[in-house]
Design a binder for this molecule. Structure first.
Ligand code: 5AD
Ligand code: SF4
Length: 446
C-alpha cells in the first residue's frame, strides 16, 4: 500500500493554490492523497499567519487530530506562512512536528516527506523556489471543477508596516504570461467557467520577459495580461488582490473592453486617514485612493468594489477613525473585511507603542461594521427584481434543496436548484436580501 498524505488548508487563495500544487507533486511521486487526517501516514497543515496566534492554532489542531487516531502517530508537517516564519522554533515548541516546509519549497515536498518518514531526523526546508519549478496545476487536480485559482505573482515588496506577508512569502516573483495563458486555455478546454488570477498584489505583475504579451497593448504589464487572458475566451475572469498605488485606470479600460473580465475589484484601503496611511507606509493618500475609485465608478459597466480596513492601528486617534468612516461612507463598498489591528512579531509596526485599547478597537470595529451593514443593505436591495447570472458552484451549506454560487460582481447568490445543474450559469431573479448574500429564483440556464 502506498503512503497516504492528508493536507489541511488554512487562509488565503494562495494557500489553496499551493495545496493543489502539493497534491499534484505528491501524486506524481507515488503518494496517495487522503481526505481525512485520522488514518493518513502524513498529516500536513498548510498554515496562514495573517490571523493572530497562528502558531498556537497549529498546535491545537495537531492535538485534535491526535485524539481522533488509534495507534500509530503520523508524521506531522507544517507548511505555508507559519512554517516560513517560525522555522526551527516549531520543532522546539512541539515534539510532534517532524517536518517544516517553507512557502517556496512546495515543489520539494515529496522528497522532504521521504526523508521525514525515516523519523531519524526532523526535516526543514525554508529555501527559495528552484528556477525550474513549474507553477501549473492540471485541470483535473483542482479543488473546484468550475472555479480555478491561477497564481500570477507571489510574494510582496511593499512592506506595509503591520504586515507579515513580505516576510512569510518573500519578494515579488511574477510568472511568465505565456505560461499563465497556456494554463488558462487548458482550464477553458477542460470546461472551467471561471478563473481567478491571484497574488498579494496582482497589479504589480512584472514578468522577466514579455513572452505571451507581444500582441496585447496596455499601459502596464498587468493591463496587457488582462487583455491577453480575456482573449483566451475564458468565460469569467476575476483577479485579486489589487494594490492602490499600482492601480492604473487602464485596468478599468480593459474591463470595459472585455465582457469576460468581471465587474469586481478588490482594492484594500486599510485606513481613511493620511496620517495613519503614512504610518502604515502604504504609499498612497486617501485622495489618491479616491481617484482610483472614481475611475472604477466611471466605467461603462457597474463594477463592484470591496476592501480591507484595519481599525485601531497604533496611534490612530478618534479623528483618524472619523476619516475612515467618511471614506467608507463616500465609497459605498459592496463588501468590506474589517480587522482590529494586532501585532505581528518582526514587523516594523510591532515596535510602535500600541496605544489604542482593546475596548476602543472593538468599539471602532463595531461602528464601522454597522455603517457597512447599512450601506451594503441598500446596495443589495437595489438588486431585488433584477435578473443576474450566477455560476452554480455547489449545494448550499444551509439547505440541500438550494444551490449557491457567485455573480460576475462576486456576490453570493442562493437559489432553489432543481432546474439547474452544478457548473451551469443560471439566470436568477433576485427576490430577497440577506446580510452577505442574495436570494432568488432560477429562470433558466443563461
Ligand atoms: N493586524 C490586523 N489586520 C491585518 N491585516 C494584515 N496584517 C494585519 C495586522 N497586523 C489585514 C489587512 C490585509 C488583510 C488580508 O489582513 O487588512 O489587507
Ligand atoms: Fe501586506 Fe501591504 Fe504587501 Fe498587502 S501590500 S501583502 S498589506 S505588505
Amino acid at each position: 500500500m502506498s503512503t497516504s498524505v492528508y493536507v489541511e488548508t488554512f487562509g488565503c487563495q494562495m494557500n489553496v493554490a499551493d495545496s493543489e500544487r502539493a497534491a499534484v507533486r505528491l501524486r506524481a511521486a507515488g503518494y496517495e492523497l487522503s481526505d481525512r487526517p485520522n488514518n493518513a501516514d502524513v498529516v500536513i497543515f498548510n498554515t496562514c499567519s495573517v490571523r493572530e496566534r497562528a502558531a498556537h492554532k497549529v498546535f491545537t489542531r495537531i492535538g485534535e487530530v491526535r485524539r481522533t487516531r488509534l495507534g500509530v502517530e503520523p508524521v506531522f508537517g507544517v507548511m505555508g506562512c507559519v512554517a516560513q516564519l517560525e522555522g526551527e522554533t516549531l520543532f522546539d515548541n512541539s515534539p510532534l512536528v517532524n517536518l517544516v516546509v517553507g512557502t517556496r519549497a512546495t515543489d520539494r515536498l515529496p522528497a522532504l516527506i521521504d526523508r521525514a518518514l525515516d523519523r531519524k531526523q526532523r526535516v526543514i526546508d525554508l529555501g527559495e523556489r528552484d528556477e525550474t519549478d513549474a507553477w501549473d496545476v492540471p485541470a483535473t487536480a483542482r479543488t473546484s471543477p468550475y472555479v480555478a485559482f491561477v497564481p500570477i505573482i507571489e510574494g510582496c515588496n511593499k512592506f506595509c508596516t503591520y504586515c507579515i506577508v513580505p516576510f512569510s512569502r518573500g519578494r515579488e516573483k511574477s510568472r511568465s504570461a505565456a505560461e499563465i495563458i497556456d494554463e488558462v486555455k487548458q482550464l477553458r478546454d477542460y470546461g472551467y467557467r471561471e478563473i481567478h488570477l491571484i497574488g498579494q498584489n496582482v497589479n504589480s505583475y512584472r514578468p522577466k520577459t514579455e513572452a505571451g504579451l507581444e500582441q496585447f497593448k496596455g499601459a502596464t504589464l498587468f493591463a496587457r495580461l488582462l487583455r491577453a487572458v480575456a482573449a483566451t475566451g475564458m468565460e469569467r475572469i476575476k483577479f485579486t488582490t489589487s494594490f492602490p498605488r499600482d492601480f492604473h485606470p487602464d485596468i478599468v479600460a480593459a474591463i470595459d473592453e472585455n465582457e469576460n473580465l468581471c465587474n469586481w475589484v478588490h482594492l484594500p484601503v486599510q485606513s481613511g486617514s493620511d496620517r495613519v496611511l503614512r504610518a502604515m507606509r502604504r504609499g498612497h493618500t486617501a485622495a489618491d485612493y479616491l481617484r482610483r475609485i472614481e475611475s472604477i465608478k466611471n466605467a461603462r459597466r457597474q463594477i463592484a468594489i470591496t476592501s480591507d480596513i484595519i481599525v485601531g492601528f497604533p496611534g490612530e486617534t478618534e479623528q483618524d477613525f472619523r476619516d475612515t468612516m467618511t471614506l467608507v461612507s463616500n465609497v459605498r463598498y459592496d463588501g468590506l473585511y474589517i480587522f482590529k489591528y494586532s501585532e505581528r512579531p518582526g514587523t516594523p509596526a510591532a515596535k510602535l507603542n500600541d496605544d489604542v485599547t482593546r475596548t476602543e478597537k472593538t468599539a471602532r470595529f463595531l461602528e464601522l461594521e454597522e455603517l457597512q451593514k447599512r450601506q451594503q443593505r441598500t446596495i443589495y436591495e437595489s438588486y431585488v427584481g433584477r435578473e443576474i447570472n450566477v455560476l452554480a458552484e455547489s449545494v448550499s451549506a444551509k439547505s440541500e434543496s438550494d444551490l449557491t454560487g457567485h455573480t460576475t460582481c462576486h456576490k453570493v447568490v442562493n437559489f432553489p436548484g432543481r432546474s439547474v445543474k452544478l457548473g451551469e450559469v443560471a439566470a436568477v431573479r433576485v427576490t430577497d436580501v440577506k446580510q452577505n448574500s442574495l436570494y432568488g429564483e432560477a429562470l433558466a440556464a443563461a
